[in-house]
Design a protein around this ligand. Structure first.
Ligand code: FES
Length: 157
């Protein structure tokens, strides 16, 4: 990260702290504000938040880890979530999972180098009668097989 980028981020976080305060209760809104703008909370941002709120960086990190909607790593433009709950598992989710991993060359929890796709798991999305299922951004796809899943991925920009 360039010095200018760091300075700009520090200034931005200072503004959030001015707005939300330095109490412990300001931590979550400050982190949410950072994430809204950058889509994740970098190591540097975490350190700056800890410094400004006078808490340990581990505390900041543990809050980010606790909430599924906060992220400490850059994410892709598209979030692909494959259901890993039992009905999908029994309908051969594994072969769909393997095909996706092979096609994108990344594992679940990772983001493609071009930032096109982040792969994640999700719990049951309520489409058990049409499993296996996955969500691409907000849209649910069902009755997947390896070929169908790969075709869906290839249509995402
Ligand atoms: S178990 Fe996958 S949709 Fe319900």
């Amino acid at each position: 990260m360039l010095v200018e980028e760091k300075n700009a981020l520090t200034e931005e976080i200072e503004n959030y702290v001015d707005e939300f305060g330095t109490e412990r209760s300001a931590l979550l809104p400050v982190l949410q504000a950072i994430q809204r703008k950058h889509s994740y909370i970098s190591d540097f941002a975490q350190q700056e938040v800890a410094r400004m709120l006078d808490i340990h960086p581990v505390e900041v990190y543990s809050v980010i880890s606790f909430y599924a909607f906060l992220h400490s790593k850059p994410r892709g433009r598209n979030i692909v979530r494959l259901c890993r709950t039992i009905s999908c598992d029994m309908e051969d989710k594994k072969s769909v999972e393997d095909a996706i991993v092979r096609e994108l060359g990344i594992r679940f929890g990772e983001t493609t180098k071009d930032k096109r796709i982040t792969l994640e798991y999700t719990n049951c999305v309520g489409m058990c009668d049409q499993s296996p299922a996955m969500i691409v951004n907000e849209r649910v796809f069902t009755k997947l097989d390896p070929e169908k899943a790969v075709n869906i991925l290839n249509e995402i920009n």
